[in-house]
Design a protein around this ligand. Structure first.
Ligand code: ARG
Length: 457
């Protein structure tokens, strides 16, 4: 079942065959391999390198192979070295002599480079759609929660009050950048390696522009050695997926914290939680934990491919076959995580009252209390120190700034009046913050509207 038996006298060692083969994992490229071959044959006929009849027969044969694989009538079996050998051998089996002409002016080196680009281009579209779905859910939750107050944290210490809409809005921005990265990669990689041959082009008068156009590329690659050995776009994709996973992982970490008994900001739906085999009370956030865990796996794929490529002389080397399994796994992992995340997010319950109560405790309106004094003419540094003293008094008395008596305020600074309570109320603290990107209701509503428009295209 080999494409290259002619020069060999002895059979390949069985272990060598297994070690060398990629069919167990590149079989998933069958559609892209066939699509690429149809474009190649069409171009060969246009250039008069094969006849129209031969092309028709090849195209029909390849179409039949695609259909039969899809319907389960044709099984991809492991005695072939790779998906390219499988398709070509099958074609020859089906249509005879004309099938032997398909590989004219082509090498498996430009063929596999093409297949991977076609595959990745399609996967980028699917990933993009999944991120977008997640963002639709996110923006809806934001819309419903512009007045759900919660503490904003720095150093995981309560810092200043925000809203749930504002907190989730940060993830919306991250996912927006993730989509932009995918878009950039797709644009940059959109050149066709087909016609690069093994490494040095071919002597046949191929029309590379034409085959590139048939396959939806912006044009052909401009150096045949680069064409067969460029894996930058895979490294870029794995890098973009690593960043995406890092975002999902941070989000997961927050969900795990928020779902804990200590926080109780959210409750995960039963359908998105798991139990313990020993502790009957447990409802665990396994999905969020797994998303956080699987992030390491995607980082691993990136480091693996960077390492594989770093020492390779031009042009093709078999090391490059190692680009596939990790890339496929990273794409599959990211897609699974995105779908699950959307489901987990759209079904979880937010405990608004607990979040708001948590925002009330912890002096997160202390900055606003200082701003109150600044508005009354005090320099900020002095105000900061006065409020610091007030916080100490509150800790001493076991009350919040909201509940501290006016007399106690006045004992530290006579500037305080009754309007301090209004100035430091949670709602005011948040809703006075209306600069672009701030959590105030008006500012947030503008952002949510912008998000809606963004999601419509
Ligand atoms: N399975 C190979 C790969 O994934 C296909 C290209 C093989 N080319 C070669 N000259 N052996 O890279």
């Amino acid at each position: 079942m080999k494409l290259w038996g002619g020069r060999f006298i002895k059979e390949t060692n069985k272990l060598v065959h297994n070690f060398n083969s990629s069919i167990s994992f590149d079989s998933r490229l069958f559609r892209h391999d066939i699509k690429g071959s149809i474009a190649h044959a069409t171009m060969l006929a246009k250039q008069g390198i094969i006849s129209e009849d031969e092309k028709d027969s090849i195209v029909k044969g390849l179409g039949g192979i695609m259909e039969d694989i899809e319907n389960g009538l044709l099984k991809i079996t492991e005695e072939y070295e790779d998906i390219h050998s499988f398709v070509e051998s099958n074609l020859i089996g089906r249509i005879g002599e004309a099938g032997k002409k398909l590989h004219t002016g082509r090498s498996r080196n430009d063929q596999v480079a093409l297949d991977m680009k076609l595959y990745v281009r399609n996967e980028i579209d699917e990933l993009d759609q999944l991120i977008k779905n997640l963002m639709v859910t996110l923006n809806q939750i934001m819309k419903d929660n512009t007045e759900t107050f919660m503490p904003g944290f720095t150093h995981l210490q309560k810092a200043q009050p925000v809203t749930l809409a504002h907190h989730l809005g940060a993830y919306f921005e991250m996912f927006k950048r993730d989509r932009q990265r995918l878009y950039d990669i797709k644009n940059r990689m959109n050149t066709s390696p087909l016609g690069s041959g093994a490494l040095a082009g071919t002597t046949y008068p191929l029309d590379r522009d034409y085959s590139a156009k048939l396959l939806g590329f912006d044009g052909p690659t401009m150096n045949s050695m680069d064409g067969v050995s460029d894996r930058d776009y895979l490294i870029e994709l794995l890098s973009a997926l690593s960043i995406l996973m890092m975002h999902l992982s941070r989000f997961s970490e927050e969900i795990i914290l928020w779902n804990s008994n200590e926080y109780q900001f959210i409750e995960l739906d039963d359908a998105y939680s798991t139990g313990s085999s020993i502790m009957p009370q447990k409802k665990n956030p396994d999905i969020a934990e797994l998303v956080r865990g699987k992030t390491g796996r995607v980082y691993g794929a990136l480091i693996s491919l960077l390492t594989t490529m770093k020492g390779l002389p031009l042009a093709y080397n078999k090391d490059m076959q190692e680009d596939k399994e990790f890339t496929f796994d990273a794409i599959d992992t990211a897609k699974d995580c995105l779908s699950l995340f959307e489901g987990m997010l759209s079904t979880m319950k937010f405990n608004n009252a607990i979040m708001e109560n948590s925002a009330k405790m912890g002096f997160i309106n202390a900055t606003d209390a200082a701003d109150y004094l600044v508005n009354k003419g005090l320099p900020f540094r002095d105000a900061h120190s006065i409020i610091g003293k007030l916080v100490l008094t509150c800790i001493d008395k076991g009350v919040s700034l909201d509940d501290l008596k006016l007399d106690d305020y006045k004992a530290i600074s006579p500037i305080f009046e009754d309007d301090i309570y209004e100035a430091i109320s949670l709602k005011n603290c948040v809703n006075k913050r209306n600069t672009i990107g701030a959590p105030g209701k008006k500012a947030m509503e503008k952002i949510i509207k912008m998000n809606e428009e963004y999601l419509q295209v």
